[in-house]
Design a protein around this ligand. Sequence first.
Ligand SMILES: O=c1ccn([C@@H]2O[C@H](COP(=O)(O)O)[C@@H](O)[C@H]2O)c(=O)[nH]1
Length: 237
Amino acid sequence: MTTDKIIVPLDVPDLDSAIALVDKLPQVTFWKVGLELFTSTGPKILDILKSQEKRIFLDLKFHDIPNTVAGACRAAASYGVDLLTIHATCGKDALKAAAEAVQIGAEKAGTKPPKLIAITLLTSISARQLAFDLKIPLELPEFALEMALLAQNSGLNGVVCSPQEVQQLRTSCEKDFLLVCPGIRPIWAEKGDQKRSLTPSQAITAGADYLVIGRPITAAAEPELAWNQIVEELKTV
Ligand SMILES: O=c1ccn([C@@H]2O[C@H](COP(=O)(O)O)[C@@H](O)[C@H]2O)c(=O)[nH]1
């Protein structure tokens, strides 16, 4: 297992903190820029990461009507990022419009289109919350599978899913359909707000393509040590 499969989120409030984290962990090749950093500082961090030849997951989790997500995807695709997110619950028309828009946006900017991946169900949602708060009348694994198939049938490249659903999605979705998993927790890490987690080695064994691992590394007293521990764990897979 290569360390290129580990994506570390830059969940920090400003550009200086982001640069400090990137400098602290030069071995990380794939960074995730999410809502907090992008909302506070805009696309500057993308240029900085690109200048260091890092891969970028732009996790803006678009959720809107077809015309609006298409516009947002066209703009995001022009940045030349590697992965981009949208919620599967936008529905088929919006997903199709988004898939088309990333191609158009990238072509216009003369860059490679990002892989567009859909959130099936946030990893912070438990089966109980799905049933009682969101009133979804399906079992959680069935709902996650339906969202993944909706994304696949709408022309998306993959999904963001809990590692707990990877095995099922790996057998039900096409071979090259990307499965990107947050909610990864080594046994020594706090779960925090993550409700559907597995360890790094369990997630890779189940068939995940990429692991998104944030606080177990970035909030550790020694982030480099935490990274090394995870890499050692993954050598056993
Ligand atoms: O369902 C989802 C979708 C995205 N995320 C993002 O992944 C990271 C996880 O960070 P941790 O610190 O390892 O919990 C974070 O940036 C989320 O926005 C997710 O957790 N679940």
